[in-house]
Design a protein around this ligand. Sequence first.
Ligand SMILES: Nc1ncnc2c1ncn2[C@@H]1O[C@H](COP(=O)(O)OP(=O)(O)OP(=O)(O)O)[C@@H](O)[C@H]1O
Length: 243
Amino acid sequence: MMNVHIAEKRYPNASVPIIKDLRFALNSGEFVAIVGPSGAGKSSLLNLIAGIDCKFEGSIRDQRTSLTPLNVGMMFQEARLMPWLTLLENVCLVSESQKSTLTIQRAHTLLNDVGLAGLADQYPNQLSGGMQRRVALARALMAEPDIMLLDEPLVSLDQPAAAELRELLLSVWQARQFTVVYVTHQLDEAVALADRILFLSTSPARVIREEIIELPRPRRRQDIDALNIDLADRVDLLNGRMA
Ligand SMILES: Nc1ncnc2c1ncn2[C@@H]1O[C@H](COP(=O)(O)OP(=O)(O)OP(=O)(O)O)[C@@H](O)[C@H]1O
């Protein structure tokens, strides 16, 4: 379990904090979605959890007894691939021993796992947006993550590509059982995927509501839609407050 408490996050020269008194716990292996208004500070929060940004007041504590640091995988709104590298090289890039046989074998396996077998020697610009995100997923998996931080990974994909990637994310998570923090604007996406949804206020962000999603998996579209409507009635997402 991990306890997140951001007492305050303020960017330099900003007159007001972007996050204030935001708390939640993450259970190991849980899929948690974070839904909140635009500009609330969701990406900033992921950067704090990832340890990319350490400048905040508060604490993010992993309760495991093991002293090994958590492995973190991240996926962003864009695939962020290096266009001059092949898919295989892009996936290997995050490894400390990029050229080792073991790394290369593992990258091939991961490309296979995300449905890109046989495309290892292609370049990113030869692929569709959805396929590029799959490469980004394979790259994130390279770290053998204990926790995966996903920042709107389906945004700007067309509907079929988004649906495919959503299913892939679910199956990868179910097979590997890492903890997921999934940021999205889309409530129905959160309902389709998450065990629990945390709703954020407008900036300074704090958790205004928590909802456990008890729908059995695989989830049926009509159940997702019904719960989505019900939740949307109770939470004013746009303005980050209770409706
Ligand atoms: N490095 C930075 N320095 C200064 N201000 C920043 C920095 N990063 C983000 N901000 C500001 O913090 C605010 C929140 O940004 P953030 O990207 O965390 O929100 P968000 O909820 O993820 O937004 P969106 O939903 O639009 O993706 C924005 O107003 C942004 O300008």
